[in-house]
Design a protein around this ligand. Sequence first.
Ligand code: NIG
Ligand code: FE
Length: 410
Amino acid sequence: MTTLLINIKELIQVRETSIKKVSGAEMNVLPTIKNAFLLLENDTILDFGLMKNLSVSADKTIDCTGKMILPTWCDSHTHIVYAGNREQEFVDRINGLSYEEIANNGGGILNSAKKLQETSEEDLYKQSSVRLEEVMQLGTGAVEIKSGYGLTVDAELKMLRVIKKLRENYNLPIKATFLGAHAFPAEYKNNKEGYINLIINEMLPKIAEENLAEFIDAFCETGYFSVEDTDRILEAGKKYGLTPKVHVNQFTTIGGVQVSVKHDALSVDHLEVMNADDIKTLKGTNTMPVALPSCSYFLSIPYTPARDILNADLPLALATDFNPGSTPSGNMNFVVATACIKMKMTPEEAINAATINGAYAMNLSDEVGSITKGKKANFIITKEILSYGAIPYNFGSVLIDSVFINGKAI
Ligand code: NIG
Ligand code: FE
């Protein structure tokens, strides 16, 4: 079955040859073809080019006059699988409590863990699939999902099985990350060693046996997992073949970037606070820095210093961090807009960060993230817009006409 999209006002993020990521000044270059066609064969991109060079017909033709096409968003950092919500904590923060104070009072991650432990696997799947369908409608065509709201052997496995079931039932690429090291459960408050041993000796072997995760994460932060804890956990994860992707530098810079790079992490995520050494450490590595601007927005904390990162010739990816505490939103359109408005990224840099670099941060650069022959036909058709700058400019609007996953409109 072939599908031909014609009269595309602008075909965005066209890469003739498959690239893994873009860095530094290259990020300000977003290759496009104006007045283009795009040809699909089943679920794959077969060809594209200028309308005037179009010489083939197809089983089905779609006219895109006035509309643009870009690859679907690649959201490399989410916690979409969770139970219930934390609206009360949101109100508590409005009334003056800090995120940290709420967590210290037994709220925060432990609040979500309690809810998740009490929720059945079926119910958790149902709640999570609603969120996944919502973000797909918002243009996300590849997504990473973390565990980390279980914090017991059974509940962590329950979360990862839900992620597996989502992967089986939805046809977009879904990557699973084991985040047992998200917070210390109350019963281990005075026995941190005991919880780390539980992660290493009980959780990891079971996860590996059922093949439930590809990545390992830890919340490396003051009051959560120290650099030494993170070091042990990443090391143990690697023994089971899991690649590190790590929460670092959200509130404090304690050496999270350095320990992640030591373990050749695929990404370091958050980075709201960065010092000169953190930036220097990332140079010349394979580790993708990932910014989560809607988390900064929701918690009123600093934005990741994108300009410093790009000026150092580093790459940068953008993701949502969709979770019930710090970012109850999975809208990548808003992430792209906020990166432009608050982090001074250009539309070209933000779109590169949310597509090809997001794909890299999930090990998916060969499958998604650009309009390239042989890649998956996962793309967004926009509404009629004047330029792609409208996507960040009209922040809060969704300028999507339709979303295609594996060559089919969803
Ligand atoms: O990435 N920072 C750590 N974890 C999540 C939020 C956890 C929560 O508040 O539930 C994050 O922001
Ligand atoms: Fe997160």
